[in-house]
Design a binder for this molecule. Structure first.
Ligand code: FES
Length: 239
């Protein structure tokens, strides 16, 4: 994946090859080497939605694009995808997909339970648009099939890198919401099927007893530079 762009590293207009892009149909010229996100900013757009971590973690920047005289839609994370000549860009900052409420504590880790919350998933007819639209290149249709079978282990393994960008739901002709279905499966798997960790229990008890209060207070008072130095000097890195 491309590193998030640092605008100070971008060549000046005189040095750089300029590319033609179109944002919501409006033509701009931007230097080669920018991501879609930094190109939008270069064009003067102030991103207050559809922009988060800038590092392929938060899934806020799902974008669809195609090219002049090539209408096939492609999908990407705007913070990662580098612009190309004649790109036509449209951002989908938030896709309002269905997300039923549920109480994890009263549920069972079964296929029946998943179908109770998301009965519509059985209407999947295997078009594979979800997989094709995933900027993380996850096998979305496969984990949806696993969800229908009630195989929480498979869904969890295959959807673990999902960023919840929503592009799979935006492209599903049946109106399914693969990313939320997978989230339910991972939650059920984590709550009921993942082996219990004694170490986590012990650490939580220590935190609640105030064992780390002094250190936490010390960290809260540190400057950013001190924090970075402390992070880089962690003993675990020297082992
Ligand atoms: S801004 Fe967070 S994934 Fe792109």
């Amino acid at each position: 994946m491309a590193e998030p762009q640092d605008s100070t590293q971008v060549k000046t207009e005189k040095e750089a090859k300029m590319l033609d892009i179109y944002v919501m149909g409006k033509h701009y010229q931007v230097p080669e080497g920018l991501t879609i996100m930094t190109a939008l900013e270069y064009c003067g757009y102030r991103l207050i939605r559809g922009c988060g971590c800038r590092a392929a973690f938060c899934g806020a920047c799902g974008t669809v694009y195609n090219f002049k005289n090539d209408p096939v839609l492609r999908y990407a994370l705007a913070c990662q995808k580098l612009i190309e000549q004649d790109m036509y860009l449209t951002q989908i900052p938030f896709f309002p997909a269905a997300k039923p409420g549920y109480g994890l504590e009263k549920m069972e880790p079964t296929g029946e339970q998943i179908l109770k919350i998301y009965p519509e998933i059985i209407t999947c007819f295997g078009c594979n648009n979800c997989t094709k639209s995933c900027p993380q290149e996850l096998e979305v249709m496969e984990f949806m099939s696993a969800a229908i079978r009630g195989d929480l282990e498979q869904v969890t393994a295959k959807s673990f890198d999902c960023l919840m960008c929503g592009l799979c739901a935006a492209r599903c002709p049946q109106g399914l919401v693969p990313y939320n279905v997978a989230l339910l499966c991972r939650r059920l798997h984590g709550r009921y099927l993942t082996p219990h960790s004694r170490h986590v229990d012990e650490r939580i008890a220590e935190i609640e007893a105030g064992k780390f209060d002094v250190e936490i207070e010390e960290l809260q008072k540190m400057s950013l530079e001190e924090l970075k130095r402390r992070f880089d000097e962690r003993p675990i890195l020297k082992e």
